[in-house]
Design a protein around this ligand. Structure first.
Ligand code: G6P
Length: 486
């Protein structure tokens, strides 16, 4: 099978470069090994939406990476507008933050249609398409309109909330109907899957039997595929990173004091304000913990042009500064707050240095930082994970210290418990979590989805694959080609 993976953000595979967001970091190693073609946005825009899509193609492991310039006229409406100011807030149950317009929706659909056209060049008779995330809910339907008959799968990396919340997205009905063009629709958790099925039956009046729904496109299977990491590779990276300058500088700066670490995109779904408030509360209520434990919070900016993100950045900067002002000493800073990204390797080393990992989103599809923190620990002296019960990862990592991120006092108490937990208990909890990580790796996730997608082919009686002759773009001229193609 010839697999084409599509996501808005892609990663170029440089281990030492910072990566924004769990999706690109997770997909990179498996896509590299699989020999798939990974298609996404170049992050640049180009005038003239109706012309032939412009892609830069380079080798990526056994396969290739194709980065497309998206149409200038529609990029803002698609990315900042509909995807990240209508879908993202709703998918994270923040309908109060929806700010969008009819034009944004139009641009979102235009970019989905543009991507569909661009994908035709990668199509062969045995191709399967695997579309990632909320940026491309309608891409499958656009591909079908262009006559594509091959299997198309979709995986949502975010939560899928209750039907009443989805009802807050303008054009929700049209979008969910379009999603039924996918043969396989994957979610992170059973709750997400159940919410989606509930929407199909209650809002669209469709019959869903054994997680299979029939629509005008044929049948779609709805299934849970919790995304994982490569725990062994991450553990090795953490050991290797011990001597990295950033990691050894951090270690030297601690002077025996304990460290809690948080690593997030600067996003309102991550619960950063509540987390900082919990540390503030802990130092106020348990002054003995001042100087005994500090927080390193890495908050990587993304989507900065959107008002909600700008507001959060200002609010958080002020809050951190207030807390540091209140609890700091001439030679002690309670919170080290960094607005930049780090490579996976350095992060692995930072996680291993910290005795507590704080992953406390208000709502999160999975949250791979939680899994990475666990994998990076020293087996002989592991740290403690404090994890929000509203992160998808809590389903598997149930021996973490689970918290309600809205309960500031509860979080403060739990962080203090984590700091003083005995070695025996830390090891018991950590070993149970590692076992879960090993039984649900990223490689397994990838294989399970692709196998399930291939199986859907056999369910589609009378659906013969159509071969559309690819123009000039595939196969690549040279494995290392960095050439630009029009
Ligand atoms: C989340 C989304 C991904 C996205 C990532 C980074 O993990 O699920 O689709 O790539 O955030 O967001 P950004 O908007 O910076 O690409």
């Amino acid at each position: 099978m010839n697999l084409v993976v599509v996501s808005n953000r892609v990663s170029r595979g440089k281990a030492n470069e910072p990566m924004t967001g769990g999706l690109a970091a997770a997909l990179l190693p498996v896509v590299e090994k699989s020999g798939a073609i990974w298609v996404g946005s170049s992050g640049r825009v180009r005038e003239g939406a109706h012309k032939e899509p412009f892609a830069e193609i380079e080798a990526l492991g056994a396969g290739a990476l194709a980065m497309l310039d998206l149409p200038a006229a529609h990029y803002g409406g698609y990315y900042e507008g509909f995807a990240n100011s209508a879908l993202w807030p709703a998918l994270h149950s923040r309908t109060d933050l929806i700010r969008t317009s009819q034009d944004d929706y139009f641009s979102y659909r235009e970019v989905n249609a543009f991507m569909a056209k661009a994908l035709l060049r990668f199509q062969k008779s045995e191709t399967a398409f695997w579309i990632q995330d909320y940026h491309f809910l309608a891409l499958g339907a656009e591909l079908r309109d262009l006559g594509v008959k091959q299997p198309i799968g979709f995986f949502l990396h975010t939560p899928w909330p209750d039907r009443a919340v989805i009802g807050g997205v303008p054009h929700h009905r049209e979008l969910v109907e379009a999603m039924l063009a996918y043969n396989l629709i994957g979610f992170q958790t059973q709750d997400d899957c159940d919410n989606f099925i509930d929407y199909l039956s209650q809002d669209l009046g469709l019959d869903v039997e054994n997680r299979v729904v029939t629509s005008r496109y044929g049948t779609s299977q709805v299934k849970v595929f919790p995304i994982g990491i490569d725990p062994q590779k991450f553990a090795e990276q953490a050991v290797k990173a011990f001597s990295h300058p950033d990691v050894s500088r951090l270690r030297r700066s601690l002077h025996g004091e304990k460290l809690a670490i948080g690593v997030d995109r600067l996003d309102y779904s991550k619960g950063l304000v509540n987390r900082v408030n919990a540390f503030d509360r802990m130092w106020t209520q348990q002054p003995a913990l001042a100087r005994a434990v500090s927080l390193l919070q890495i908050a990587t900016p993304s989507r900065g042009a959107i008002e909600a993100y700008g507001n959060l950045q200002s609010e958080l900067a002020k809050l951190v500064s207030d807390v540091n002002g209140r609890h700091g000493e001439v030679d002690w800073t309670p919170i080290r707050y960094l607005n930049k990204g780090f490579s996976q390797t350095v992060l692995a080393g930072l996680y291993r240095t910290a005795q507590v990992g704080v992953v406390t989103p208000l709502h999160d599809g999975m949250n791979l930082v939680a899994k990475e923190y666990v994998a990076a620990q020293n087996p002989a002296d592991p740290g403690v994970l404090v994890l929000s019960k509203f992160a998808g990862a809590a389903n598997e990592l149930d021996t973490a210290l689970l918290v309600n991120p809205h309960d500031i006092d509860g979080m403060a108490r739990t962080i203090a418990t984590a700091v003083s937990m005995s070695l025996a208990e830390r090891r018991m909890r950590w070993e149970a979590m590692m076992a879960k990580l090993h039984s649900g790796t990223i490689q397994q996730w990838f294989t399970d989805f692709v196998d399930a997608l291939q199986e859907t082919q056999f369910d589609k009686a009378g659906c013969e694959p159509v071969v559309v002759e690819s123009p000039t773009l595939w196969p690549l001229r040279s494995a290392n080609s960095n050439a630009r193609y029009h």
